[in-house]
Design a binder for this molecule. Structure first.
Ligand code: AP5
Ligand code: MG
Length: 224
């Protein structure tokens, strides 16, 4: 089972992809989290990606495709994957299909999580996240139980460096220009559902589960 979450910055991809993966017993893959980890660890990938991320730009496709190709060959996630923030260019979407086809797999479902730009800017001003396990909190609507500490793993919560308003707006520009074709691509293949993510998280989670037909069982399995 391969599920793809597509959406603008702050739309709730991380929040709901993570829950979906837990509920369905799949591996949650946030390319943003993987890149941030690489930046923190000063790896070769991190050094290549850092400047793009700081500017709110997408990291080049070749780098992303190498990262995902490696990931698909790892035994973790053999039962399936929930991609969060990948693919986000048409090249990446086509490249993912090639990588999956050569492994006898395919994308089963794509979910657009939809938000207005101003709502996202407001949410991101209130976001803290855990670099250790990827859990995400909103200081107003979904705060951690203990200030600054992750409920799930006890990690130290951080504010993301790309959550300044001007960087968020730059990320939105990239989304409109480069990721809209990905939405059209999955729509044309009949794989796309869409959920507006305004309203309380629990309500949105129910809409997400319904749109995915629970764990996507209705999609017919992931063999190509
Ligand atoms: P990435 O980490 O993917 O960032 P993004 O797409 O900008 O999205 P976010 O993680 O900011 O938001 P989200 O949709 O996950 O929302 P969240 O659940 O946190 O990418 C970062 C960068 O990495 C990119 O700019 C790019 O440079 C690079 N990159 C990554 N993948 C790439 C790729 N494939 N190709 C090229 N470059 C790539 O929710 C936001 C906040 O709202 C949280 O605080 C949350 O608690 C809160 N919230 C969620 N739902 C609700 C609700 N219903 N009500 C109230 N608050 C809510
Ligand atoms: Mg995220």
């Amino acid at each position: 089972m391969i599920i793809v979450f597509v959406g603008a910055p702050g739309s709730g991809k991380g929040t709901h992809a993570r829950r979906t993966a837990e509920r369905c017993g799949l591996r949650h893959v946030s390319t943003g989290d993987l890149l941030r980890e690489a930046v923190d660890n000063h790896t070769e990938l991190g050094l290549k990606a850092e400047e793009f991320m700081k500017a709110g730009k997408l990291v080049p496709d070749e780098i992303m495709m190498d990262l995902v190709s490696e990931l698909l060959d790892s035994p973790e996630g053999a039962d399936g994957l929930v991609f969060d923030g990948f693919p986000r260019t048409l090249n990446q979407a086509e490249g993912l299909d090639e990588l999956l086809t050569s492994r006898g797999l395919r994308v089963d479902k794509a979910l657009l999580v939809d938000i207005l730009e101003d709502e996202a800017v407001e949410r991101m001003a209130l976001r803290v996240s855990c670099p250790k396990c990827g859990a995400v909190y909103n200081l107003k609507s979904n705060p951690p139980k203990v200030d600054g500490v992750c409920d799930e793993c006890g990690g130290k919560l951080e504010v993301r460096p790309d959550d300044r308003e001007e960087t968020v707006r730059a990320r939105f520009k990239e989304f409109r220009k480069l990721t809209q074709p990905v939405i059209d691509y999955y729509q044309s293949k009949g794989l796309l559902s869409s959920v507006r993510t305004n309203g309380p998280v629990e309500e949105v989670a129910k809409k997400v589960a319904a749109a995915l037909d629970a764990c996507g069982e209705g999609a017919g399995g992931s063999a190509a």
